[in-house]
Design a protein around this ligand. Structure first.
Ligand code: GLC
Length: 726
């Protein structure tokens, strides 16, 4: 096609800027050249209607194209731990497509690895499979703070601690985006409960917002260069998050310099001028109100915007600014002017990554007298009890559902290792039915299995509850639901007690997204293992840990309280609010920040996780350098098997102008050691590690004074302490 002189000139400008970019070591490897000129040229060629068409959905999971100019639809897909089964363009889940994908462990399991390299590997798998399935945006990671154990979506999220979230989410996002797919960090912001999620108006201090609820998003923007971000359903300080001037324009775009796209949560938009002025870029999901005959020009940011601009009631530059952001992301993710990554799907490597994350993410909470690992040569029979041992979880949870390529259940994993040497006696023991009490006959069957076996593996806990594409009211860990309480559902407490009585050699394995009340049977149980939702290879990972082929190295990414009333959101804060407002009165005292400052004993502390070996810490040396410090120490594997510990660095400042928590995580390193091996590790603490947000003057401040540095293998097993004057 004959190139007009303009295009040739533009190409020349691009060429020059490529040279310029190359010469200055392009800041972001993903932006190959300065796209400003190309973007301005494209925008100037578009009609108003074409531009507005890009600001809203063109189907259930795509936003509008401009075919005339070679701009394709932006194709989006859930979810945070695998590419969701195909939806038709109008929401019907299409069951006839070979779209079974790699089912990775869910967010909390990834966070429990405390291994940022696995964050990157996780993102790589997700991005590669999204690329293969033709997606431009994968709607994850979900990183909302785990404020209460009742939140139905905790399983999809990561932690109660903003520093751990930042470290894990950055790797995940880079992993996705290095595959030429955009990540979408969500749900911005303060979406920490599912109950009332479409209506609740969240309030908290500026300090809690800045120190706890925003840092994960800030790291996603400033460290991972995330391409897109999803605004949440709820209101924040009186304005819907998808049209919140403070969160979107002031903090995200102005203060943090976010260059990407703000996408609304599905069906979250309720007006036109506010989202246009207040920073929303793409409206999704409003068609949910229009089914079965969706009309995409009737979205709030569609024909109405065209009319308002034409009548001079909305300035066109608002439209242009949004289109520029979308085009910028399209360039960065090779949707324009780049070669799309073919990606790969259901590969062995992807499955091995899923396995690795499950193996490193499971947390050994209790292991009295080294009850675990089992000795394969000594055990002749195992009773496996609990419906979660056979339950496939991948399609559960709501929008994060996955049609797994395969899913190894705990029972299958144990059978794979047992082979024909160890007899497996299985009994479901309970059934999934909301409000079901323990069934005497099922208990009797479980007790009989326990009695005739050498050891017992109980597999219970929470569950997703689901039918295909509709999550039933059995859901405990699922979108749109919060748990009614922290009690074991389906009569499991009674069942566990009966099984322990029949055979005390029982390990309890918990499937689920977070803490459950274990008080009725914990004392009698020699071992407890938290398995989360460990993905398609979860059963094999669990069995390898039970038999010692894998030495567990997971650490809790959230505190496990003894009982719900001990949680700060329930003790100090409000939950779920009074149907209109919810005030986070616990403020910055979330999780261990509360338990340690208010001297409340958790069941298992943040950062806790046992190993089959032991570690010794020594030689803590802290060297202050201006407003930063280097902390070095020696860690040694003093046991008989290889293993990994997470050295966790907590900082405390007493005597600051404003009160500060007893401790705050500001560094960590997962260290793998052979028996007898030792390593000297240095962790750098920058100025952020010592600063706090003074919301009287609305600034981050680092006050001079004494700081206590605590090094531990959990927030409550501090091994070495030192202090410095800064
Ligand atoms: C849902 C969820 C969001 C998901 C979106 C699309 O309501 O809140 O996480 O990505 O809609 O399914």
């Amino acid at each position: 096609m004959k190139q007009s002189w303009k295009n040739i000139l533009a190409a020349g400008i691009c060429g020059l800027s490529i040279l310029a970019a190359g010469a200055q070591n392009a800041v972001n490897a993903q932006v190959k050249f300065d796209t400003t000129e190309a973007i301005n040229r494209l925008v100037s060629q578009m009609t108003l209607e074409e531009k507005v068409n890009m600001l809203h959905a063109s189907s259930s999971f795509t936003s509008g194209a401009v075919p005339r100019l070679g701009i394709t639809e932006m194709v989006m897909s859930d979810g945070p731990h695998g590419v969701r089964p195909e939806h038709g363009r109008d929401w019907n889940l299409d069951n006839n497509i070979p779209d079974s994908s790699t089912y990775l462990p869910t967010g909390v399991c990834l966070a429990a690895t405390w291994n940022p390299q696995l964050g990157y590997a996780f993102g790589n798998v997700l991005g590669s499979e999204a690329a293969y399935r033709g997606k431009n945006v994968i709607l994850g990671p979900g990183i909302n703070i785990i404020r209460t154990a009742l939140n139905g979506r905790n399983f999809e999220y990561q932690s109660e601690d903003p520093y751990l979230i930042s470290k894990m989410a950055v790797g995940y996002i880079k992993g996705v985006q290095d595959q030429g797919v955009s990540a979408c960090v969500k749900h911005y912001a303060a979406n920490n409960q599912e109950i009332l999620r479409h209506t609740i108006d969240v309030h908290m201090s500026e300090r809690a917002l800045r120190e706890i609820y925003l840092p994960g998003f800030k790291a996603a923007v400033q460290e991972a260069n995330v391409n897109t971000l999803m605004s949440s359903y709820n209101k924040f300080r009186g304005q819907w998050a998808s049209q919140n001037n403070y969160l979107l324009n002031q903090v995200l775009k102005k203060e943090w310099g976010f260059k990407g796209i703000v996408i609304s949560d599905w069906d979250a938009v309720t007006s036109t001028t506010q989202p246009m002025w207040n920073g929303l870029d793409i409206e999704m999901g409003t068609d949910l109100h229009m089914l079965p005959n969706p009309n995409y020009s009737k979205f709030f940011m569609a024909d109405t915007v065209v009319a308002l601009v034409k009548s001079g009631k909305l300035p066109e530059y608002l439209v242009n600014e949004k289109v520029r952001r979308i085009l910028y992301v399209m360039y960065r993710s090779n949707m324009i002017g780049g070669k799309k990554n073919a990606g790969s799907f259901n590969t062995k490597e992807h499955q091995q990554t899923a396995a690795k994350i499950a193996e490193e993410g499971m947390v050994l909470l209790k292991n009295e007298n080294n009850f675990l690992p089992f000795n394969k040569s000594k055990i002749k029979s195992i009773a496996v009890i609990g419906f979660n041992a056979e339950r496939k979880q991948s399609m559960g949870g709501g929008s994060s559902q996955i049609r797994a390529f395969y899913e190894i259940t705990p029972l299958e994993g144990i059978k794979n290792i047992a082979g024909n040497k160890i007899k497996i006696n299985y009994a479901p023991g309970y059934k999934i039915e909301r409000g079901a009490k323990a069934d005497e006959a099922m208990i009797a069957q479980a007790v009989a299995a326990a009695k005739k076996s050498d050891v017992v593996v109980f597999v219970g806990g929470w569950t997703h509850g689901f039918k295909y594409n509709v999550w039933t009211d059995n859901a405990y860990d699922a979108e749109d639901y919060d748990k009614p309480d922290m009690n074991m559902p389906f009569g499991q407490d009674e069942l566990i007690k009966a099984v322990l009585k029949a055979n005390p050699k029982t390990v309890v394995v918990l499937i689920g997204g977070g803490a459950i009340d274990m008080r009725e049977w914990l004392a009698e149980t020699p071992s407890v293992l938290q398995a989360w939702y460990p993905g398609m290879e979860g059963g094999n990972a669990l069995a390898k840990i039970l038999f010692g082929d894998v030495n567990p190295s997971g650490k809790l990414p959230m505190s496990f309280p003894k009982k719900l009333a001990d949680e700060p959101a329930h003790a100090l804060g409000q939950y779920p609010g009074d149907s209109t407002y919810v005030y986070y009165l616990e403020d910055i005292y979330v999780g261990y920040r509360y338990y340690d400052t208010y001297h409340v004993e958790p069941q298992f502390p943040f950062g806790h996780g046992l190993s089959y070996t032991s570690f010794d810490y020594s030689n803590l040396i802290i060297s202050a350098k201006g407003k930063t410090a280097d902390v070095s120490f020696t860690i040694k594997n003093t046991g008989k098997v290889a293993g990994a510990d997470v050295a966790e660095l907590y900082v405390k400042q007493s005597g600051a102008t404003l009160p500060r928590p007893e401790k705050e995580l500001k560094g960590f390193e997962k260290v793998f050691l052979q028996p007898g091996e030792q390593k000297t590790v240095t962790i750098h603490l920058n100025e952020d590690a010592f600063s706090y947000y003074n919301d009287i003057i609305n600034e981050w401040v680092m006050e001079h004074g004494q700081f206590i540095i605590m090094l531990g293998s959990s927030s409550r097993s501090i091994k070495l302490t030192g202090n410095i004057q800064l």
